[in-house]
Design a protein around this ligand. Structure first.
Ligand code: C2E
Ligand code: CA
Ligand code: CA
Length: 736
């Protein structure tokens, strides 16, 4: 039986030698393992390297790290693996819950939280579900070690050997210490992550939550930022601190569904009951499991920034004074509404609303009162409209209503009526009671409409409503459309004419009424149209002003006048008409002075004519310009005098050197004590007392000349003395 004895001895010897080898390998593994712990950059790195090191230096068949899932059975999912039998894990089913799949080493280890050794995988019935896998992968024995991190079970490290009993007591104790180190390393990495965040910004709040979303750790800064004592938050479900609307956002980030950098701000509840805006950064641990996983969340309080941004965004789309949408916003709404018109059943309507007497309120009660009126009107407008209608302030006292889906005229008319009714009651402002009616221009979108064309049409209709006597509405109709088209064509033609130099200065003499001696000329523009012949100002000035082209026309006329004056020893002055549009352009007066100097003309030979309505409402800068021109020797004549409203104050307040009595007075004088004659007399003596040189316009008959002379008018202009002509008249006018 020597062979039997020899066999037993041999087996024992082999076992002892094997035991020694196992111990050696485990020792090497342990020291290599601690090395790994020091070098790992992050959790994933640590776990993967750990598995690889166990296999490589320990000479084991296979090692993997697994965590239990959140599901009822606690399905274990592998986080990392190393060794020659990776296929072992493919589609493997292991659970923590008791049952056929829960009795392997990993399941038992995670369930009990203790080391579990399986010395003979093939011999154990508990291993039945994995017998064939283990056989195929050349695995004979196994050990599963619980990994604790910061006092909580994180997962299990399961190692497989090629021989039976490979994990004896000493191997167990060494691997056990390795597992401990591993857990410690994990904890240290999490610590580091927390403190890296803390170091980045000391005012951040950092908290750690477990797999259930309960707070397990929170930085002391939470007191300063959110008003809580850190201890009071421990165990609190962190979603309770998050605004209900923001919980999905944060939830997605916690499930690892969104990347941290792109997260929108999230509101957290402050202890005072108000929400604060936070910029969250979420670090999710690789898999969720009981005692493991969860998240580390860094929060930066961005309430101030967020509110500032919101305010800016609000301001970008709202009018400060009234809180209504502003121009940009209402145009955007209109554009969208126009894009959405799909069928013929409904269309978009635009109502352009303008307060009738706002200027009077502003002028008489001041801008403060004007602002109050605008704000009240805005309130009433907003209240008068339905939920689908949008109102915005377009600037000044103009408001725009957009109705995105109207069926017919009647529906829009009802809204217009409704608006007028809402604004009809007088507004009281302290002692004052203000009546504010509105005029409304309405445009309905046709098939070709754009936001811009609708606004233009509604504006044209508004003009019509105002011209029709205010306090009414007007639809943009075919007639207006035709007129608008005509205007557009004319504008294009004027533009061409300006380019080709078709605008020519004509001169009408201004004479001494007593002897018809020429004392000056008025320059009047004529358009030498290539097809239509000579076109009169009345046919194009309006469009030229509306399009701004009048400025260029005015400059061309002015240069022609200056060139003529530079060449001709013409007696007296030439007066040039200046449009309100030009007046309002900064630098206009300086340009005139420059031109006068460039042509070498004496400024005293130049007068400008401005209408009283044009200078009534001008900015301080324009008045300063006029003073400067006057100081340089240029005369300023108030044109069409008597047709405006506050003529007398204008004469007193502005640097005016004379006035031109409107033709309507002259044409009506009959020499008896009719109203016009009385006015001619009154204005004459006013001009004399203010030492203003005055010119009576439109003198057509000898009788008119006599009446004017009788009432103190010494200077006149009219067909009686000469029609506007391409050349100025030299010397005395004959034929009177
Ligand atoms: P305005 O400044 O009041 O010019 C006087 C107008 O009365 C001129 O008409 C002139 O031809 C006309 N007129 C002169 N004497 C008589 C008369 O005895 N009877 C009648 N029925 N009419 C007379 P015009 O040239 O057609 O100009 C019309 C308006 O166009 C001017 O009114 C002025 O406001 C504007 N305008 C003319 N030229 C210019 C210009 O160069 N620049 C600017 N901005 N406006 C101009
Ligand atoms: Ca004039
Ligand atoms: Ca005039």
């Amino acid at each position: 039986m020597g062979s039997a004895a020899g066999g037993r001895l041999g087996a024992r010897l082999r076992a002892r030698v094997g035991e020694q080898a196992v111990r050696d390998r485990a020792l090497k593994t342990l020291s290599a393992g601690t090395d790994v712990l020091l070098k790992a950059r992050d959790e994933a790195d640590l776990i993967a390297t750990m598995c690889a090191t166990v296999v490589d230096t320990g000479g084991y068949r296979f090692a993997w790290y697994g965590r239990a899932g959140n599901d009822e059975e606690g399905t274990v999912s592998p986080v990392a693996a190393a060794g020659g039998a990776k296929a072992y894990l493919d589609g493997i089913r292991i659970t923590v819950a008791e049952g056929p799949y829960g009795n392997g080493p990993t399941g038992v280890c995670l369930r009990t939280g203790a080391v579990h050794v399986q010395p003979d995988l093939q011999g154990a019935s508990a291993m039945a579900p994995w017998h064939s896998r283990a056989l195929a992968s050349d695995m004979i024995s196994a050990i599963s070690l619980p990994i604790y991190c910061e006092g909580q079970l994180d997962g299990a490290l399961t190692v497989y050997g090629r021989t039976r009993d490979e994990f004896d007591a000493s191997a167990q104790s060494l691997l056990g210490r390795l597992a401990e180190q591993f857990g410690y390393g994990l904890g240290r990495l999490r610590d580091q992550a927390r403190f890296r965040m803390l170091a980045e910004n000391a005012t951040d709040v950092i908290y750690q939550s477990d797999h259930d979303g309960r707070i397990t750790w929170v930085s002391p800064s939470v007191t300063a930022v959110l008003g809580y004592e850190p201890a009071a938050l421990l165990g609190t479900a962190c979603h309770l601190l998050v605004h209900p609307d923001d919980q999905p956002t944060l939830g997605a980030a916690l499930r690892g569904a969104s990347s941290a950098g792109e997260m929108p701000p999230v509101r957290y509840l402050h202890a005072d009951g108000a929400y604060r805006w936070m910029d969250p950064r979420v670090t999710v641990t690789p898999a969720l499991g009981p005692g493991g996983g969860g998240a580390i969340v860094g929060l930066r309080d961005i309430t101030a920034e967020h509110e500032a941004r919101e305010e800016l965004a609000y301001r970008a789309f709202h009018d400060q004074l009234t809180g209504l949408r502003n121009r940009a916003s209402i145009v955007a709404i209109l554009e969208r509404a126009v894009e959405r018109i799909r069928d013929d059943a409904r269309t978009v309507a635009v109502l352009f609303i303008d307060l009738d007497n706002f200027k009077v309120v502003n002028d008489s009660l001041g801008h403060g009162a004007g602002d109050v009126v605008l704000a009240r009107v805005a309130e009433r407008l907003a209240a008068a409209l339905g939920p689908t209608e949008h109102v915005g302030r377009f600037g000044g006292d103009e408001f725009v209503v957009v109705m995105p889906a109207v069926r017919d005229h009647l529906e829009v008319e009802r809204t217009a009526e409704w608006i007028q009714a809402a604004l009809a009651p007088d507004l009281t402002l302290g002692e004052q009671s203000i009546h504010s009616s509105v005029s409304i221009g309405i445009a309905l979108a046709g098939p070709e409409a754009t936001a811009q064309s609708l606004l233009r049409d509604a504006d044209a209709a508004l003009f019509e409503a105002k011209a029709g006597g205010r306090d009414r509405w007007h639809f943009f109709d075919d007639e207006l459309r035709a007129r608008a088209l005509e205007r557009m064509t004319l504008e294009a033609e004027i533009r061409d004419g300006v380019r080709r130099g078709e605008f020519v200065a004509y001169y009408q003499p201004i004479v001494d009424l007593r002897d018809a001696r020429v004392i000056g000329h008025e320059a009047l523009v004529r358009w030498h149209h290539p097809v239509r012949g000579v076109v009169m100002p009345g046919d194009f000035i309006g469009v030229a002003e509306a399009s701004g082209l009048i400025s260029e026309i005015g400059r061309q006329v002015q240069d022609q006048v200056l060139a003529m004056l530079a060449e001709t020893p013409l007696p007296g002055y030439v007066s040039v008409n200046v449009s309100p549009v030009q007046l309002r352009q900064s630098g206009w007066a300086a340009a005139l002075m420059d031109a006068i100097e460039a042509f070498g003309v004496d400024p005293r030979r130049i007068a400008i004519e401005v209408t009283e309505t044009a200078v009534l409402d001008v900015a301080v800068e324009v008045v300063e310009d006029l003073h400067r021109l006057r100081a340089d020797g240029i005369s300023i004549l108030l044109d069409d005098f008597g047709t405006g409203f506050s003529s007398i104050s204008v004469l007193r307040d502005l640097p005016v050197s004379g006035l031109k009595l409107d033709r309507s007075f002259v044409s009506e004088v009959r020499g008896v004590r009719d109203t016009s004659t009385v006015l001619v007399q009154a204005i004459g003596s006013l001009a004399t007392s203010l030492e203003l040189s005055s010119v009576a316009e439109g003198v057509e008959t000898e009788a008119q000349r006599e009446v004017l002379l009788e009432h103190g008018w010494l200077v006149g202009q009219g067909y009686l003395f000469g029609r506007p002509a391409p050349e100025p008249r030299l010397g005395q006018v004959v034929g009177v």
